[in-house]
Design a protein around this ligand. Sequence first.
Ligand code: SF4
Length: 491
Amino acid sequence: MSSPISKSAFIKAEQCLKHFYLYKNHPYLRDSLSKEKQLIFKRGTDVGIFAQQLFPNGIDVTVGEKRDQQLFAEKTKHLIAQGVSTIYEATFIFDDLLVMVDILHKHEDKWIAYEVKSSLKITETYVKDACFQYYVIKNCLPDLTDFNLLTLNPKYTLEGELDITKLFKTTSVMKDALKNVEYFAHKTRIAKLTLEQGKIPDIKIGTHCFQPYECDFLGTCWKNTNDPSSVLSLGKLTKQAMFDLYDSNIKRIDEIDINTIEHKEVKIQVKAAIEQKEQIYQQEIGLFIADIQQPICSLDIEVWMPAIPYYQGTKPFQQIPFLFSMINEEEGKIQKYSYFKPIEEDYRKEFLEHILLMTKNFNSILMFDKSLEETILNQLAELFPEYRNDIATLKSKIIDLAEPIRKGNYYHPDMKGNFTLKSIAPIVNQEAGFHNLDVQSGISAMYMYESLLEQNPIEGEHIKEQLMEYCEMDALITYQLLNFFKSKLDS
Ligand code: SF4
């Protein structure tokens, strides 16, 4: 066997043996890692390093070494023999299985392992991963007495100095780990057998391609289905419902019997595919628009959710608004306004006051999917009760332009099963759009904002401009979507 089976590889084997085989033998076929995923991994690593402070003065086996896991395992063994009591990234190999654990700590002659998760909740997958780590480590280190998951404590509120012992929540997985020893021995045999067979397992695509994680080889396995006319590009259907169609040999959207479809938002997609043109329910759109009163503006808010609370009185992953952009029209000219909160300061009150001031003269405030904005406004109302009435007034003026699209009253085949603002943007405005921007999503906006903590002022200014450009684009497309609907009614 070339290299041991790591925890990541083992998880892939659990998901799909083809995924595992490709990962081990054809890694060059992997899809490139999206910027969002890279940022999420980076956050995981940062929180892991932060948690080391719970057990200070440990030795990280990966520091100063080239990326050689065999070497890390030897170094771990050596440190244990030397009597070191805290080891970070402790590495173990047993029966050609390799695991690295974030923190290994000796307490009264017994070893305890800790795996850090940048999350508020423990998932089934986290427990399974931890049980696998326990299985390998216990076979190398019989004195291992406990294996814990360290997650962020949703009840923790930053008050004064950060208290790391309260920030993290410790949960032992020993009950599950002890139950599953035989399971891992069995699964390991299957994984090894798959590699020994020396050929890619013949496994069809299915719902498992997304569970528990999106597979890294969609580009390889799904390439023949990457066609907007495929039933697998239908939106508003569960993966299971899509595969029920696909497996019953209905591969193309226009092969579906439209009379068998119950939901309007699916029916409109099928109709668009059959007729190869956009679909609009004019009466419904007309009624929706009738509620909109001049003067109007559009509004978009971006939020930051720091894993480790940054401002007093906040909790892990609390949504902190940091930017809003507003679009309106004056004498036929588009006007833009943005408010950007510096990351160093908790200017949520100023943020709120600016929103209230800027929107107060408008009778309708357009948004696209108001759920985030409404949540933020509700939080601000709790935090600053003196503005509760003003916030209620603002909320009463919100018009959510995602609604007619979500309800299946408008659809264009170019939306390819997506009902997001990004998918409708090129239809609404062919010149403007998100494709030219450095920031492509709310998640990347959030991580870019967080990166301001590490940037120099010149880079920081550049990031601020990029974030404002993104938020303004969101508000602009939302604003133009209303005109787009109106033009459809006129025509
Ligand atoms: S895309 Fe699906 S079938 Fe292909 S390797 Fe991944 S999980 Fe397996």
